[in-house]
Design a protein around this ligand. Sequence first.
Ligand SMILES: [Zn+2]
Length: 378
Amino acid sequence: MTKQTNTYDRFLKDFETLINIDSASENLEGVAKVAEFLKEKLDNLGLKTEITREGKNGVPCLRACTGSKNGRYDFMFIGHMDTVFPTGEAAKRPFSIANGRAMGPGTNDMKGGLLVATYAIEKLKEEGALENLAICVTFNGDEETGSKNSRPWIEKNAANCDRVFVFEPCRPNYRHVMHRKGGGVVRITAHGISAHSGANPERGANALVELASHIPVIHKLNDLDTAITAQCTVIRSGEKHNIIPDRAELVVDVRVGTMDEIRIVDEFFKKLPETNYIPDTSITISGGVDRPPMEFSDKTMELWEVLHTEAAALGIESSWISTGGCSDGNWTAAMGIPTIDGLGPVGENSHREDEYMELDSIIPMITIIANTCRKAVA
Ligand SMILES: [Zn+2]
């Protein structure tokens, strides 16, 4: 048996264990079990590990670090231990393998990535390269619900790191992620005056009509020559057909490609209440873009070149994409730290039952990560 087969077999065994632990973001006990399992593996590699409970929900978060270089780390490895699937899902469709693919809740998003990060550190240790590298691993437990509890913890750790690798899934054909849109939710509330819609409509001021009149204007945000998208997705108003509604609420999903576009969006919604369509009504705005875009710099591109070259050495032609979805890489890139995402194994269909991960990408990805770490710091 070659060493490589050995690593692969152990990876699959660990993978099966992790997938068969339910760890929905709300299932703190399940997330803690995943954290305990990975803590032991990282303990065994000689890293200094701790599991803390972060935020007001007490979300389990695992930090595992090598020795630092005067308090700083060459790399931060980011991953999340929670999944979107409810408790009971793992029993319903446990870890399985067919046609070169691993399936089960969280195979692609992103328990495979947690293991690639862990096994890349193991590889560096076996090669004697870990002594020259300072790596800080942070695995949080609430990414799928927006990292509300763990964000300060991630940012605190990132402040001491020179580069960030995020182990969300790699897209088919080895496409990593260099850019992600930022986004947030804008809530618009219209206020009016209720009245009997048949007997005395002249006494009313229809909040729903006021709110609806703003929708075509908001929708035009999509037509600007930018990456901005603004989708009106949920609307609520009225209870009875014979009462003019005095209140209406609209939810707008907003995404931006750059920091400048956040300013355009903020300005747009700040001005929106200045236009009024129905006398005696008004609108108020809350929310906004709260997740910055993940943008890349020249330094990020330099790191990408190393990653790309290491993939090419294995005969893999890698590339990168921009995506609308957010990850914890958005926070670290906004801090100005070179951040590359999509460094887990290759797979597809996250958040769906047909989610899968390609088994033949496991060993190449571990190798690419380990080699990139060595070369980038050498
Ligand atoms: Zn994910």
